[in-house]
Design a protein around this ligand. Structure first.
Ligand SMILES: Cc1cc2nc3c(=O)[nH]c(=O)nc-3n(C[C@H](O)[C@H](O)[C@H](O)COP(=O)(O)OP(=O)(O)OC[C@H]3O[C@@H](n4cnc5c(N)ncnc54)[C@H](O)[C@@H]3O)c2cc1C
Length: 277
């Protein structure tokens, strides 16, 4: 139960939303699907006097064009799973959304943007967005700006969002990139312990690891892939040395995550390259 007085706002324009966020700075939160925020308020972990609900802005569109996919801020996991256009244009995003647990309630209510903004290290979405070069379209008191997902995460639960800013949409460039994916978790119903998105585009090869560090860990391994498949032993070494402070939570200690990170990265490349890990 939320025990403190609360004012609910439903702005009609992005400018109005930003103005409310500035006016009530320090005592306000953006409301997406509410699947993280409202339980936190119920548990007395978040105390704000004002909620700014984005639903008055629409923001439920998925738009697929020749060069990009735009996923607006209130698009849910279910919307992603139901969109055939998105499945064709951004299959990796669909796959990641499919792996999010919590059942129908979370799929139907939780938004990709909410997960991106919550910036929880153990979530699927932040590293998935970094791994496919997504861009976050922000709106704030000074207007709009775009930030690459790779530059969005500062620390656990911390992003570059400034006072008054919120995410309007997530844009994914449509490139000829191929991806491979691996996710390790305790059971089909649990959150990830480690994820890896392997990607090859033109001459470059990268792997983005999630849930193993406070922020998504993006590692360029192009030099390990100059003569064909990425060298697995060198990949494991590279990932290990890029991970000085592995993430610990109730699901797994950091040293376990550090031990498996290289293997998870190798499996993602195995899927991508069709070569056993
Ligand atoms: C039972 C359960 C199981 C789950 N399983 C998984 C799982 O397996 N993997 C996984 O990755 N996640 C999992 N989740 C988390 C789920 O992905 C998130 O709860 C959901 O995506 C958050 O989106 P939301 O719209 O509900 O965010 P909200 O709860 O509305 O908001 C979350 C935070 O982001 C902020 N915010 C929201 N939208 C915006 C915006 N547009 N701009 C700026 N700030 C914004 C809010 O102020 C708040 O701080 C699970 C959650 C539950 C409850």
């Amino acid at each position: 139960m939320i025990r403190t007085p609360l004012r609910y706002h439903r702005p009609r324009t992005p400018d109005e939303a930003s103005a409310l966020l500035v006016e009530h700075r320090g005592d306000v939160a953006v409301l997406g699907g509410g699947t993280q925020l409202l339980p936190q308020m119920n548990r007395d972990q978040v105390h704000v006097g004002h909620l700014v609900d984005l639903r008055g802005l629409g923001l439920r569109r998925i738009e697929v064009t020749d060069d990009q996919v735009v996923v607006e801020a209130l698009v849910t996991y279910a919307d992603v799973l139901l969109s055939r256009d998105l499945s064709r244009a951004a299959p990796h995003l669909r796959r990641v959304a499919h792996g999010v647990t919590g059942g129908r309630q979370i799929r139907n209510t939780g938004t990709l943007a909410g997960s991106a903004c919550f910036a929880m290290p153990g979530s699927d979405m932040p590293a998935a967005l970094v791994g496919i070069d997504a861009i976050l379209r922000l709106h704030g008191p000074d207007g709009a700006r775009e930030v690459r997902a790779a530059d969005f995460y500062v620390d656990a639960f911390t992003t570059v969002l400034r006072p008054g800013e919120f995410v309007l949409a997530i844009t994914i460039p449509r490139t000829a990139a191929r991806t491979g994916y691996c996710k390790v978790k305790h059971s089909s119903g649990s959150w990830p312990i480690a994820t890896a998105t392997a990607r090859r585009l033109d001459g470059s090869a990268t792997v983005t690891l999630g849930s193993v560090h406070a922020t998504p860990l993006h590692v360029d391994v192009s030099d390990l892939a100059s003569n064909g498949p990425v060298d697995r032993a060198a990949l494991a070494d590279r990932v290990r040395s890029a991970l000085p402070a592995p993430w610990t939570d109730v699901l797994a200690p950091g040293d376990y995550r550090a031990r498996i990170a290289g293997v998870v990265a190798a499996r993602a490349f195995s899927e991508l390259e069709g070569v056993p890990a």
